[in-house]
Structure formats: C-alpha cells, structure tokens
Design a protein around this ligand. Structure first.
Ligand code: NAD
Length: 383
C-alpha cells in the first residue's frame, strides 16, 4: 500500500483530530493509501509535545512552517491554523510542491481564496482539497446517492445549517474566532458556512442570489487579562437563497443557517430536502438516523432508517454499529487519500471539498455580507 508522508502545520484541535484518525488507519478495510505523520509545526512548542509523545513517527518538530515545507521527506501537508494565515501558508505549501489538505474557509476572504486558487492553477501537480466531514455520515452519503439517482423529483426546498451553542455563555473567554483580524469579516459564516454549503454546491445548486440577516449578540467577552475585550465577529447568520436544480432547471429556496449562539445545539449539522417524489432529512442530533418520505399518491408517512456503519470507505466495524464524529473524520481522510491516489472518488458525494467549491462558497459569503449591509437581495457571482 502506498504511504503518504504528512506534515501538520497547526497542532491545535483539528491537527490532533487528523493525528488520531491516522493512528486508527487499520480501522479501514483495504484503504488506497496510508498517511504517516512525519513532521509537525506549531508557533509555540507545547502543542507539538502531544504529537511527539503519542505518534512515534515524528522526525521533525519546528516552530517555522517554512522549515517543514522545505523537508523533502514530506509529501503532503494538513494546515489547520487561524484563517488570516491560510493564504500565506497554503500558497507557500503549493509552491513547495506539497499536496494540500486545507481547512475552511480556505482563505480569510474572497481575495485570499482567489490567490490560493491562482497558486493551484500554476501547480497542477499539487492535489488540494478542503475539510468538511459531515457529508461522510452514512445518512448523508445515502442522500448523496439519492441525489445522484435523481430520486427526489422536483425539488421544492432545501434547508441546511450548522448550529452551535459554543458562544452562548457570555463569560466564555475570547479567542481568535471572535476577532475580524484572525477569523475574518465573515464571522460565523467563514467559521461554519462551508459545512452546510458542501452538499448543495456538490449538487450543483450554486445560489443565484442571497438575502442574509446576520447578528452580533455579545459585544464583549473576557480577554486574556479577564477584562472585557471587544467581540467583533458575527455570531449568527441566516441566508435565504434562490438556487436552480440543474436536472429540472426549476428554481427553489435554499436556506443556510450558521449559528454560534443556538440554545440547545451543541454541534448540530442538518440537511433537509423536500421533493415532489421523495423528501429526506438528517441531523447530527440523531446521527444514526435517516428520515425519508416517499410520495406516489395517498398518505405521506415519514420513515426512519437506522444507518449503522454503511460507510462509503469500508471499515472493520460490524454493520450494525452506529457511527460518530471520529468515524466520519476517518472517512473524510480516506476520501482525500483515495482521490489523491486514484484521481476520482467512488461517487459524486464521496469526495472532500474541491478548491472550486471553496471559491463558490466565498462568492456566497461575500454576497451575504453585502446583503446584510445593504438590506437587499444580492446576486451571487456565479463565474
Ligand atoms: N473541519 C472542522 O470541523 C473544523 C473544526 C474546527 C476548526 N476548523 C478549522 O481548522 C482551522 C484551525 O482551527 P482549530 O480549531 O484547530 O484552531 P486551534 O486554535 O485549536 O489551533 C490552531 C493552531 O495553530 C497554531 N498556530 C497559530 N499560528 C501559527 C503559526 N504562525 N505557525 C504555526 N502554528 C501556528 C496555534 O498555536 C494552534 O495550536 C481553522 O481554519 C478552522 O476554521 C475546522
């Protein structure tokens, strides 16, 4: 089996998730390739210690990301750092000839994203994808296959969102996600928006226009010194878009919600599609369950299907065992390596976010900011 030697830049929350998935690689049956993490980089040394203590494969630990990118023993990099660093680090990695797994929003704003895509265009040998794990839940993969099979009839409405209550507590200390300089002007949209947009964009439902309503709830939070520090970014966003189904060419309403202050929601990613022949819905609140409704005249009962381990990238678990976040992270990484090695995925919804999809999502988010500012419906640049 082919081995891909990885460097991780940014040893925080998501860097550790990748390391844990890589350590569990034997969970996959016949994967296309195997990641080995050989190098780590973090601005401060302490977070790197967890990696050197637990992995046993680290040959380089550095505070300077350029040193990691100069390492000829690194084939690919996962860069999981605050948003203001995306463009600089992603572009330098691409120019160094490393394959890239980036994090959302793949550039702090549209200009940064365009610069990253220009660097990629100049290096077609570099394989780049962006993270978004939730479509890899078994129920969402099943919905993806239904979409590919045009099983919904005429689409009436799609609702997708990502709801957190992470910032409901006003006494939660401030972090980089609350500052425009490090998180970006998009606020919660840049932080969460790619997750609910991934499947719609993959389905070809690029929004034509958007009316957005954004809210800032808490203006200050405790800073490092305990004193109130300004909390600058948008907390919650609701987008109402018009989208067109490329199969029927019918226009339908698409709503996207991203909220960091959603009471009762710990980490709820949801997707709902209503169609004339079939409807379906999924939420991570009930991660094992796919709900669907088939209509061919008469009554319209919702059915509830337990998905178990119906994984796109097969695993050793018994088919009846339910899947969780760690399992879908593993699926997402399996998808990245599968596509890196084979140049395609087993199905249209079985791949990670493409650079083109990150660009489309920046167009939606940029239009959403303008819509809120001008209180108008804004046409989304669809080029
Ligand atoms: N896919 C997901 O579900 C998901 C979840 C959370 C965050 N994210 C994304 O992952 C990225 C990182 O988020 P996080 O929550 O892991 O952040 P984090 O704050 O936990 O980790 C970021 C790490 O980067 C390090 N860092 C900062 N500047 C650096 C530099 N110049 N050189 C090297 N290291 C540096 C920090 O010290 C920190 O350890 C963001 O783009 C975020 O949007 C994705």
């Amino acid at each position: 089996m082919r081995t891909v030697r990885f460097g991780i830049i940014g040893c925080g929350l998501m860097g550790r998730e990748f390391a844990s998935a890589a350590a569990r690689w034997c969970h996959l049956r016949e994967p296309s390739a195997r990641p080995v993490i050989v190098a780590v980089c973090n601005r401060s040394p302490e977070p790197m210690r967890w990696f050197t203590d637990h992995l046993g494969t680290i040959r380089q630990a550095t505070a300077n990301y350029r040193e990691l990118l100069a390492n000829p023993d690194v084939d690919a990099v996962y860069i999981a750092v605050p948003h203001h660093l995306h463009a600089e680090m992603y572009i330098t990695a691409i120019e160094a000839g490393k394959h890239l797994f980036g994090e959302k929003p793949f550039g702090i704003d549209r200009e940064a994203n365009r610069a990253i895509l220009a660097a990629l265009a100049a290096r077609p040998d570099c394989f780049a994808r962006c993270s978004s794990e939730f479509p890899f839940f078994p129920a969402m993969q099943r919905i993806g296959r239904m979409l590919a099979g045009h099983e919904f009839g005429t689409i009436l409405e799609v609702n997708a969102g990502f709801l957190h209550s992470s910032d409901l507590d006003p006494n939660k200390p401030i972090n980089w996600k609350r500052s425009v300089a490090t998180n970006g002007a998009y606020g919660c949209l840049g932080d969460l928006g790619l997750h609910p947009l991934h499947v719609p964009l993959r389905a070809g439902w690029m929004p034509r226009n958007v009316r957005a309503i954004l809210s800032k709830v808490f203006t200050h939070r405790p800073g490092r010194d305990g004193q109130p520090a300004p909390c600058e970014t948008w907390d919650n966003a609701t987008l109402l878009c018009e989208a067109m189904d490329p199969t029927t060419r019918q226009i339908f309403p698409l709503t996207i919600k991203t909220q960091r202050i959603a009471p009762g929601e710990k980490n709820s990613w949801y997707f709902e599609i209503l169609g004339t022949r079939r409807s379906a819905r999924f939420s991570t609140k009930q991660a094992n369950a796919l709900q669907f409704l088939d209509y061919s005249g008469g009554e319209q009962p919702w059915q509830h299907l337990d998905m178990g381990q119906e994984m796109t990238y097969p695993v050793i678990s018994g088919g009846i065992f339910e899947a969780g976040f760690s399992d879908v992270i593993l699926q997402m990484w399996a998808a990245y390596l599968h596509e890196l090695v084979h140049g395609h995925t087993p199905g249209p919804f079985a791949g990670c976010v493409t650079p083109r999809e990150t660009q489309q999502h920046h167009e939606v988010l940029t239009a959403a900011l303008e819509s809120h500012r001008t209180c108008t419906v804004v046409t989304v640049n669809g080029d």
